[in-house]
Design a protein around this ligand. Structure first.
Ligand code: S3P
Length: 161
């Protein structure tokens, strides 16, 4: 199992897919499994059930995925904020894809499918989460100004693939 964490727009899904292909592993995105399980897009879950309900569902999906077959697993940007999820991450390799605030916004700004982007204080959230990502990471890679394929190749080399 290899887990990817980082802020929205860090490239977790794009880089994760490339890395999975290089490693011959399946790729899984926790957001996608959450949407399948809830039968609703994330934006709807936030609007109808609220963020705390989303975070509980997110934790239980991630716990199930971590207990499942080997994969490259990309987590939603807020997932490591959940203490029980952080505890589970202590047992697996975790790659932190670091992205600066300006570049994150340039990549995903205005995406209505990402309700956290519409909140006030997104820059402060980005700043606060850096320490959270760093606390779970076994490997940190900067992504600003870099192409997904270069990053995936770096990861492959660092992970000994
Ligand atoms: C969130 C990030 C999203 C998704 C949800 C909340 C966050 O995932 O889980 O919209 O709190 O940062 P991505 O990081 O894949 O955009």
């Amino acid at each position: 199992m290899i887990v990817l964490v980082g802020f929205m727009g860090a490239g977790k899904s794009t880089v994760g897919r490339l890395l999975a292909a290089k490693l011959g592993l399946p790729f899984t995105d926790s957001d996608q499994v959450i949407e399948e399980r809830a039968g609703q897009p994330i934006r709807r879950i936030f609007a109808d059930a609220g963020e705390p309900a989303f975070r509980e569902l997110e934790h239980s999906v991630i716990a199930d995925l971590l207990a499942g077959p080997d994969a490259v697993l990309a987590l939603g940007g807020g997932a490591p904020g959940h203490p029980a999820t952080r505890a589970l991450l202590a047992a697996v390799p975790v790659v932190y894809l670091r992205v600066g605030y300006a570049e994150a916004l340039a990549r995903v700004g205005g995406d209505e499918g990402r309700p956290m982007l519409a909140r006030p204080g997104v820059q402060a959230l980005h700043a606060e989460r850096q320490a959270v990502y760093a606390s779970v990471a076994t490997l940190t890679v900067d992504t600003d100004g870099r192409l997904p394929d270069e990053i995936a190749l770096d990861l492959l080399a660092a992970l000994g693939g």
